[in-house]
Design a protein around this ligand. Structure first.
Ligand code: ADP
Length: 160
C-alpha cells in the first residue's frame, strides 16, 4: 500500500523550516500532500491561492509532493485523501506541548491516522512564519528564510 502523508499548516508563508521537514520526510513516504488549511476565522497575510502557488513552485520538480487546501478537520481531510499519516515538525518544547495535544485528540477521533513528528535541524529552530512576515511587512529581505528560488518579494501580501 502506498504510504501517503498529509503535511498540514498555515504556511503563511512557507519557510525553509517547512521545506526541510518535507524533504526529509520523502524517505518515509511515497506521497506527501502539503495541505494549506483554509480557516475562515484566521486571516492570513498571503491569500490561499498565493500560498499554494508558492509551495507548488518550490516542489515543481518533485512528483511525490502535491499541494492542496482543505477546510474543516485535518483528520477528515486525511481520510478523504486516503492518507495514513499526518506529518508535523517540532522546533521547541512549546511546539511539542501544542502538537502533543492535537495529535492525541486526532488519534482519539481517528485512530487509523498516525501523526509522525520530525525534529527540525538546529539552523531552522528559530525560523517561523510570523517573523518572516514581519520582516517582509517592514520592508526587509526575508529571502534567506524561504526556499531557494522562491522570490518571496514578488508575491504580494494583504494588509491584516
Ligand atoms: P500551523 O498553523 O498548523 O502551526 P505552520 O505553517 O506554522 O502551521 O506550521 C506547519 C507545521 O510546520 C507545524 O508542524 C510546525 O510545527 C512546523 N514548522 C513550522 N516552522 C518550522 C521550522 N522552522 N522547522 C520545523 N518545523 C516547522
Amino acid at each position: 500500500m502506498k504510504r501517503i502523508a498529509v503535511f498540514p499548516g498555515s504556511f503563511d508563508p512557507f519557510t525553509i523550516g517547512h521545506e526541510g521537514i518535507v524533504r526529509r520526510a520523502l524517505v518515509l513516504f511515497d506521497e506527501i500532500i502539503i495541505a494549506v488549511g483554509a480557516n475562515a476565522l484566521k486571516k492570513s497575510y498571503y491569500s490561499l491561492e498565493t500560498r499554494k502557488e508558492m509551495i507548488s513552485k518550490v516542489f515543481r520538480d518533485d512528483p511525490e509532493i502535491t499541494v492542496d487546501h482543505y477546510e474543516g478537520l485535518t483528520v477528515d481531510y486525511c481520510r478523504k485523501r486516503g492518507a495514513q499519516y499526518l506529518l508535523r515538525g517540532l522546533r521547541t518544547a512549546a511546539d511539542f506541548e501544542f502538537e502533543r495535544a492535537i495529535a492525541q485528540v486526532n488519534r482519539t477521533i481517528m485512530p487509523d491516522v498516525e501523526t509522525v513528528f520530525l525534529l527540525t535541524v538546529p539552523e531552522h529552530a528559530s525560523v517561523n512564519s510570523t517573523i518572516v512576515r514581519d520582516i517582509i511587512r517592514s520592508g526587509g529581505d526575508a529571502s534567506i528564510f524561504v526556499p531557494a528560488g522562491l522570490n518571496i518579494h514578488d508575491y504580494k501580501g494583504e494588509d491584516l
